[in-house]
Design a binder for this molecule. Structure first.
Ligand code: PEP
Ligand code: MN
Length: 276
């Protein structure tokens, strides 16, 4: 099955042969020869938590800090994020460490809170929220677009097209695993889509091995495999107390484990033509 490349305009590599490099601020770029690592907890839980994790991942070489303040949860009774307060804590972590921040938007009505956010994440569940994509397309800000749980590569790239068609070319794609019949892992990491996406589009594509597997001990091997697949970077969940995390503790690695992953990526990135 081939991609229907005629459907792509702005995202197509045919119309833009060179790699797009997205500048996310703080001297950090995603795409081209860069291998960029974003790390941090699933959710911002307190000021102390996010600042401590930010400092440790920065020390290990992370380029940007992730952390959700608005969380899409399957249950309405689960922790929904600290919302505006979480955004304040993220900005505090940014001002202390200098790390650009990446955080998820669920409702365009919250856009005012995202003014100082460096990268706005569109989560898997909103990949086809076309009205949200069009609004984000009118901003001049990097957008991290995650692949939907049950979406094809064709649909994924068409969603990127929605953002670009409104004028915002700063799109970063993220493969985060898809639903299959396999229940041993939370999702199935579709690494084979990485070289296909890189052929079809000039946009950078990163991998989220945390949501793709749901299992902390699989994060390291899938991170190394992502480098070999040709990905432009990783987004990894790191928590200082995974057992008591308010969200996604099972797939979160410790700062010390992140340090090891980061060191090994530094060793192997060069083999695949990337600079970490
Ligand atoms: C997240 O990054 O914490 C998240 C909710 O991811 P996804 O949208 O890929 O499930
Ligand atoms: Mn998560």
């Amino acid at each position: 099955m081939e991609l229907k490349e005629k459907a792509f305009k702005s995202v197509s590599r045919k119309n833009h042969p060179g790699d797009t490099v997205v500048d996310i601020g703080g001297g950090v770029k995603i795409g081209g020869e860069n291998f960029t690592v974003i790390a941090g907890p699933c959710s911002v839980e307190s000021e102390a938590q996010i600042v401590e994790i930010a400092k440790s991942v920065k020390k290990s070489g992370a380029h940007a800090l992730r952390g959700g303040a608005f969380k899409p949860r399957s249950s309405p009774y689960a922790f929904q994020g600290l919302k505006a307060l979480g955004m304040e804590y993220l900005l505090e972590a940014k001002s202390i460490t200098g790390l650009p921040i990446v955080t998820e938007i669920m409702n365009i009505a919250h856009i005012g809170l995202f003014a100082d956010v460096d990268v706005i994440q569109v989560g898997a569940r909103n990949m086809q929220n076309f009205e949200l994509l069009k609004e984000l397309g009118r901003l001049d800000k990097p957008i991290l677009l995650k692949r939907g749980l049950a979406n094809t590569v064709q649909e994924f790239l068409m969603s990127a097209e929605y953002i670009m068609s409104e004028g915002n070319g700063k799109v970063i794609l993220c493969e985060r695993g898809i639903r299959t019949f396999e229940g041993v892992t939370r999702n199935t990491l579709d690494l084979s889509c990485i070289p296909l996406i890189k052929e079809a589009t000039h946009l950078p594509v990163i991998v989220d091995p945390s949501h793709a597997t749901g299992i902390a001990r699989l994060v390291a091997p899938m991170s190394y495999a992502s480098v070999a697949s040709g990905a432009d970077g990783l987004i990894i969940e790191v928590h200082n107390d995974p057992e008591n995390a308010l969200c996604d503790g099972d797939q979160s690695i410790l700062p010390s484990e992140f340090e090891t992953v980061s060191r090994k990526i530094k060793d192997i990135a060069g083999l695949f033509g990337k600079v970490y």
